[in-house]
Write a new protein. Sequence first.
Length: 227
Amino acid sequence: MVGLVNHGFANGDKDDLLRLYSYKNKKIQELKIAVTTTERNRLLSTCQNCTISEVNSFDHFVNKDEFPEFAVHPKNLFPSCSKCNSYKGQEWREHGQITYLNLYLDELPEEQYLFVNVEVIDNDVVTTEFYLDNPNGVDPALYGRIQNHYGNLHLCRRFKENADIVITALENTIRTYIGKLPLDDIVDLVIENSRRDMEYFGYNYWKSILEIALVNNDDFIEMIVNG
């Protein structure tokens, strides 16, 4: 794909090809449903670029303006949220390398490369800071693409902005079990459930990374117990 050369369509021919694509087109909507339906016949409506927002557009993995011949090619249409679609822009390769992940086709590493620092301030305010690192030896070329993908889509910042949803839900879950189960058992259950989500959503699924970091943070657990 890196060496892909466009056909050279221009003017009226190019315009005609581009007009074939419309997100609201019935066939395009049928494709979206087919691509986002899991093996268990469940509709996965979350954008796989960010795993935050709802799918409400198709991203053209290979830029349709550069390659109008792929404007409606099924393998070039990636269900996406409009925010990721706008952040991604036109560039998809640089210096002979693809610069974005395709989370429907790429085989991502099981090694952890997404991390989060958790801090509890004044005993009741939880702050988070997501970041990428490669202590586990992910292939450098792939890790470079991961860095570009996360950086251009502003994923670490967006995870931080959405962290409170995870934090609040986890606080409520732990409080539900306090007094019914030993605290260590509650922590083990949270970690077990988070790891199951990782098997389904990916080993660097930001919500699971955050949940595990939270229950391993003594200040966070103390805040809940004493809250």
